[in-house]
Write a protein that binds this ligand. Structure first.
Ligand code: PMP
Length: 435
């Protein structure tokens, strides 16, 4: 591995003032963290001068990479005009117009500073709208860290319960039993079992929260009949369907809902819609969104937030979306396919059992050829998962950044030559792991 004395020094300082030297579990790495200095296009230079291709983009949020001209200009103009006010700005209207125009089911929106808060407010909206306490979510799917949304991601299968009755397992120690009792866990992509569980919750169900391609459950697309069942059954039960597009909005010009042809009542957004600044959003039918409406004070769900809809995130987000044209999506799709073909060829060449899941600019590499459909099948390849994190480490030293679980996100700042460079690094890394 390349020498990293400057990162080591920073990490020693960090350990004094942050637990484990870390303030974001997702980016923790052993034996010490590697600190970023700057980003250019699709590359990051660390504090020791090593340059790596960024094939993760701050966990899928930087769809235009670093240094995009239009985003810099928009953000700089806003920086000079004022970063935040205790007043609304026109920028929140413009971003909403763009998102309403693109997302078929979204008539109105509100903003937060993270995807976690977007999911939290969507759940609170569903509870207020239906007057019911429970939410259902797919086993193993990540939706941020709001108590009910973060259940059932425990890494010890012994706690999971039967396949046809997955348990509401806490993720953070100390989660109150009362919270867990109000979460209904359904298996992803298993239509009959999920339907039976939802029906058993009957009239206490406020909403089903689903991501059409949940990263932690394998980044496997939902089956059309599974999504159709969720839509049909929630309507029958009088519950809402919340689509979490915090990651998957980048799957198409009309979002994941356009690509998968599903019509949710509420949609949660984040990541790319802030152009690299902190953001989250809840959108949906005006009738449901009216639970937030303070003009009929008091609203059913009061929602504030000191930095919600701050004009830095709004104006950078507007620029990012204006750059995200249908042509940009075509490019992203082609980059994803080029990577997919390249890495499959590496697997074949070296006789390694592996596969790539995902769609468009979102892909995840697995070192198993077992069929993957949900959290349990992805987790069952535990040996594979361990080797994927080893692969990610080797790739990092070979100059390519991917997530420890194999997740990757491509950006419009990339060209075919960058994908080819990534594939060559995979080729070297896979060969060294196979030896
Ligand atoms: N939902 C999904 C599907 C996510 O992937 C994430 C974050 N990776 C979140 C919600 C939470 O977003 P944030 O990290 O902005 O709180």
């Amino acid at each position: 591995a390349p020498a990293t004395p400057n990162s080591e020094k920073l990490y020693a300082r960090a350990r004094e003032v942050m637990p484990g030297g870390n303030t974001r579990t997702t980016v923790f790495r052993k034996p010490h963290q590697i600190y970023a200095q700057r980003g250019d296009g699709c590359r990051i230079t660390d504090v020791d001068g090593h340059v790596r291709i960024d094939a993760l983009g701050n966990f899928t949020s930087l769809i235009h990479g670093y240094g995009n001209r239009l985003i810099i200009e928009a953000a700089t103009r806003q920086l000079e005009a004022g970063t935040c006010f205790g007043m609304p700005t026109e920028s929140e209207i413009r971003l909403s117009e763009i998102l309403c125009d693109r997302l078929p089911s979204v008539e109105q929106l509100r903003y937060t500073n993270s995807g976690t808060e977007a999911v939290m407010n969507a759940i609170k909206a569903a509870r207020a709208y239906t007057g019911r306490p429970k939410i259902a979510k797919c086993e193993g799917a990540y939706h941020g860290t709001y108590d009910p949304a973060e259940t059932s991601q425990d890494a010890s299968p012994a706690t999971w319960g039967d396949v046809d009755r997955p348990g509401s397992v806490p993720t953070a120690k100390g989660t109150p039993q009362g919270v867990l009792d109000d979460v209904v866990v359904i298996p992803f992509n298993n239509t009959p079992i999920a339907e039976a569980i939802l029906r058993a919750s009957g009239n206490s169900l406020a909403a089903v929260l689903v991501d059409v391609m949940p990263n932690r459950a394998g980044l496997v697309p939902a089956k059309p009949e599974y999504l159709a069942m969720l839509r049909r059954v929630t309507r029958e039960l009088g519950a809402l369907l919340i689509l979490d597009e915090v990651i998957t909005f980048r799957l198409g010009y009309h979002g994941a809902q356009g690509r998968f042809d599903v019509e949710p009542d509420l949609t949660t957004l984040g990541k790319i819609i802030g152009g690299g600044f902190a953001i989250g959003a809840i959108g949906g039918r005006a009738e449901v969104m009216s639970v937030f409406d303070p003009s009929k004070s008091p609203p059913a769900v009061p929602h504030g937030g000191t930095f919600s809809a701050n004009p830095m995130s709004m104006s950078a987000g507007i620029a990012a979306l204006e750059e995200l044209t249908p042509a940009a999506f075509e490019k992203l799709e082609a980059l994803g396919d080029r990577f997919d073909q390249g890495v499959r060829a590496c697997f074949t060449r070296h006789g390694i059992k592996g596969q790539v899941t995902g769609l468009g600019s979102l892909r995840r590499v697995h070192l198993t050829d077992a069929p993957l459909s949900d959290y349990r099948s992805t987790f069952a390849a535990a040996d594979g998962a361990t080797r994927v994190s080893a692969l990610a480490k080797v790739l990092f030293d070979e100059g390519v950044i991917i997530a420890g679980n194999g997740l990757m996100a491509f950006s419009t700042a990339m060209e075919d030559a960058d994908i080819d460079e990534i594939v060559r690094a995979f080729d070297r890394a896979l060969l060294s792991l196979a030896q």
